[in-house]
Design a protein around this ligand. Structure first.
Ligand code: CTP
Ligand code: MN
Ligand code: MN
Length: 530
């Protein structure tokens, strides 16, 4: 029963999943991008939305096994088709009727037998997320995306209070992210400590309907939409976002006019929101890192510059660029950041920002025994940089780039520059009456876009703890810190690990060593995507 329409018999929109097996990587990539160009919907992982599975495998059991499907009923209503069908669709830029010749056949009866249906893969998971790998791409995106909408909603509603409700959704999502198969039956999650009744209900509904009502309604809710947009503005958190919505602010443009008493971050954040709302792409982050690294190396030879945050975990885009600096010779990092900033300013790469001095002391490590505060005490700069538009589409060679910059010479007086001397031009401009406003910068013709950047300095003795903390994810940090406290009576932060039994800090010369201190198997950054 072939269906000539661009939808299945229940007239769901056509969503195609391509089984990557036996298709060359390059070819697969080309097919996917061609499909997207032709507006055909292809998803990256198999999920309940999928209506058509296409594959080069020669029988249906092989496909099912590849998808780790044991319960065949999940394939009911899904077409299993040869890749040739889909390439023909792409050629015609439309979904073509399915003929029998397109269908992947059953295996010959003697060759294979179907795996028994009663053996649904069961969840065997660890108590803590830091005890298992959580990859970026996984089999349960449709459930996790839904649960994380509810996490966000709870976070907005409870902002300022404790986050137990929102974190419950996140923990459930994290268990699903770490599974090597897709959930196909809600029975599989029953009895899972981290997957509570509410989350289970969401999973059940998605399995039955393809969506969860509460999630759909949340996404459509104007209050949710506004708080979500406002809380992505630089300098605005959910608490402020909620106040704005209560005051009747509807759009970012309105906030720009209406909202009083904006701090510097919010002023710049609003003015440059059109730039900042677009995700920073990996190539931009890599180019910026390369150029900053070249400048850093001139100021402090041997400096370590590491791109951390989501990019280090393998993400291809993110909301900002997180750079961690250190130097193998402890002490060399002192006064480096103001010098670097002065130099970057000279290169016209700084838009605005704030330099925070280090507030670290060993008391920080042993006292304040709570894992709630995620702020660390490193010297850091938080701000907006000007990313030349070229950085968005071509790989930049920093040595060539230097010639293109406004001034090639090192800045005079930089050798003696300290945090107290450093004051960005933009900051001065902001303070003077009659000087250009952030908005006038934003609306003037320009060859750059604004990007959020965090620059962090760690003394080398704390570097690997800083690296672990700044790599994240936020949820991974929450989990591993709570694990350390509850199971080991040790306090882990971005500054170090304090052992309360021995009343001393435990040094580490690598991230691996930190995992060893904590009795954990090492997880590479790409497995910390909780
Ligand atoms: N972090 C931190 N202290 C801060 C800010 C951030 O330790 N004051 C940590 C966060 O816990 C996170 C990492 O640094 O693990 C990066 O933070 P952030 O840029 O907010 O998150 P990303 O995971 O990089 O997300 P995105 O890709 O959207 O930038
Ligand atoms: Mn980041
Ligand atoms: Mn950041």
């Amino acid at each position: 029963m072939s269906d000539p329409e661009a939808s299945t018999s229940e007239s769901k929109p056509v969503v195609v999943y391509i089984v990557p097996t036996r298709i060359q990587k390059k070819r697969l990539k080309d097919i996917k991008s061609a499909a997207r160009r032709k507006k055909l919907s292809v998803v990256e992982s198999f999920c309940p939305k999928v209506t058509h599975i296409v594959s080069e495998l020669d029988n249906r059991y092989k496909v099912a096994r590849k998808l780790k499907i044991v319960d065949y009923s999940i394939l009911k209503g899904i077409e299993l088709l040869r890749l040739t069908w889909f390439t023909a669709c792409i050629k015609k830029a439309e979904i073509l009727p399915v003929e029998d010749e397109h269908r992947i056949p059953e295996p010959p009866p003697e060759a294979e037998s179907a795996p028994p249906i009663e053996s649904l893969p069961q969840i065997t998971t660890t108590e803590w997320a830091c005890q298992r790998a959580t990859p970026l791409r996984h089999f349960n995106e449709i459930f996790c995306n839904a649960l994380e909408v509810l996490q966000m909603k709870a976070e907005f509603i409870d902002s300022g209070q404790d986050h137990l409700r929102s974190l419950a959704f996140r923990r459930a999502s994290c268990v699903l992210k770490s599974l090597p198969f897709m959930i196909t039956n809600v029975k599989q999650v029953k009895g899972q400590k981290d997957i509570g009744g509410h989350s289970r209900q969401v999973i059940k509904e998605i399995l039955a309907e393809g969506f969860a009502t509460e999630v759909e309604e949340t996404l459509k809710d104007p209050w949710f939409q506004k708080v979500k947009i406002f809380s992505t503005i630089f300098g605005v958190g959910p608490a402020t976002a909620k106040i704005w919505v209560e005051q009747g602010v509807n759009t970012v443009a309105e906030a720009l006019v209406k909202c009083e008493r904006k701090n510097w971050m919010v002023q710049w954040g609003l003015a440059f929101h059109d730039d900042l709302k677009e995700q920073v792409q990996l190539i931009e982050a890599e180019n910026l890192t390369a150029v900053i690294k070249a400048e850093a190396e001139r100021i402090l030879p041997g400096v370590i510059v590491t791109l951390t945050g989501g990019f280090r975990r393998g993400k291809s885009a993110g909301h900002d660029v997180d750079l961690l600096f250190s130097h193998p010779e402890e002490g060399k990092e002192v006064n480096f950041l103001p010098k670097l900033l002065t130099q970057l300013e000279q290169r016209s790469l700084i838009l605005c920002g704030k330099l925070e001095k280090s507030s670290y002391g060993d008391r920080v490590l042993s006292r304040d025994y709570n894992t709630k505060g995620h702020m660390d005490h490193y010297e850091k700069w938080i701000g907006l940089m000007k990313l030349p538009k070229r950085f968005c589409h071509e790989k930049i060679n920093p040595s060539e780039y230097r010639f293109l910059m406004s001034n090639n010479a090192p800045v005079r007086g930089i050798e003696t520059c300290t945090a107290d001397d450093y004051e960005p031009h933009s900051k001065k401009q902001r303070l003077c009456e009659g000087e250009p406003t952030p908005l006038s910068f934003a609306t003037a013709p320009r060859t750059w876009i604004a990007r959020r950047v965090d620059l962090v300095i760690a003394p080398y003795s704390m570097y690997h703890y800083a690296l672990l903390g700044w790599t994240g994810s936020k949820q991974f940090n929450r989990d591993i810190r709570l694990y350390s406290q509850k199971t080991l009576n040790q306090k882990l932060t971005s500054h170090g690990l304090w052992n309360f039994e021995q009343n001393k800090k435990l040094p580490a010369a690598s991230e691996e060593e930190i995992f060893q201190h904590l009795n954990l198997s090492y997880l590479k950054p790409s497995d910390r995507n909780c």
